[in-house]
Design a protein around this ligand. Structure first.
Ligand code: ADP
Length: 254
């Protein structure tokens, strides 16, 4: 369900059941490389959270756990539902994961078919599928592109279509892996405005600290498979020693 953006009262969110709960999550890839070492994170409905950290910190690995593409050791709950074999279909309908490279998400001959794929797979009726595709494309400003071939679009346009494929599922949470990577300044600006306007809970992995400063209230820093800081963007961006310790730059130093 698409829900209105709720103002999150910090005192309330600390007690209310979080929309996303991650507790003591550990994961190692099959080659033995340890990527997550006890990640803990709670996100309340309506929060937009930036996930930052150096390359290899574990950000992508963490995002891939949110809808069960990777399965580590520990607890993950989405809307109070524990992620396991039985709940995987419901979890996938609630968590929309937008990959860094849109070509990983787009595979149909037309934009319409790509955006319709998820809702069709959910078994929705044709009218409802069409309505969802139209709503999702309108939200990303791509209504005129239904019949276009996804491969023949610019990177910025592909990103918008990839976001629409996820919005058509009407998720509760959007998880983005580096949404502004590879975009020119105008496409990046358009994407920032798009994210600002989407009334959803978001967890956004990014190296774009200027975007973090502009768009987010809360920032989570990961390094070496752990959450090493979690707090208000303004306070964390003012902590030069913390940023330097984790390979981050204040946006105005760029
Ligand atoms: P980030 O998204 O923060 O750059 P990743 O989650 O991609 O970090 O990577 C975390 C760690 O896991 C790194 O050490 C990386 O080399 C390793 N890793 C990522 N993908 C794989 C994989 N498919 N196989 C083995 N190791 C991987």
């Amino acid at each position: 369900m698409l829900l209105p953006d709720l103002a999150v009262d910090a005192s309330l969110s600390a007690h209310a059941a979080p929309l996303l709960l991650i507790d003591d999550l550990h994961f190692a890839y099959p080659d033995g490389r340890v990527a997550l070492r006890g990640v803990r994170l709670r996100i309340a409905r309506g929060e937009k959270v930036a996930l930052v950290g150096p390359n290899g910190a574990g950000k992508s690995t963490l995002l891939l756990h949110l809808n069960g593409i990777l399965r580590g050791k520990g607890r993950i709950e989405v809307a109070g539902m524990s992620v396991n074999d039985h709940t995987l279909p419901q979890v996938r309908a609630r968590v929309g994961l937008v990959f860094q490279h849109p070509d990983d998400q787009l595979f149909s001959p037309t934009v319409f078919e790509d955006v319709a794929f998820g809702p069709l797979h959910m078994g929705l009726a044709a009218d409802e599928v069409r309505a969802r595709v139209e709503r999702a494309l309108a939200m990303v400003g791509m209504s005129a592109y239904q019949e276009r071939h996804p491969y023949h679009l610019s990177t910025g346009e592909k990103k918008r279509i990839a976001i629409a494929t996820v919005l058509a599922m009407e998720p509760d949470i959007l998880a983005f892996d580096e949404p502004s990577a590879g975009l020119d300044p105008r496409a990046r600006r358009g994407l920032i405005e798009l994210l600002r306007g989407l009334p959803l809970t978001m967890l956004v992995s990014t190296h774009d600290m200027a975007m973090v400063q502009e768009l987010f209230d809360r920032m989570v820093i990961m390094d070496e498979g752990r959450v090493v800081a979690d707090g208000c963007v303004t306070a964390l961006l003012a902590d030069r020693a913390l940023l330097e310790a984790h390979g981050l730059e204040m946006p105005w130093n760029k």
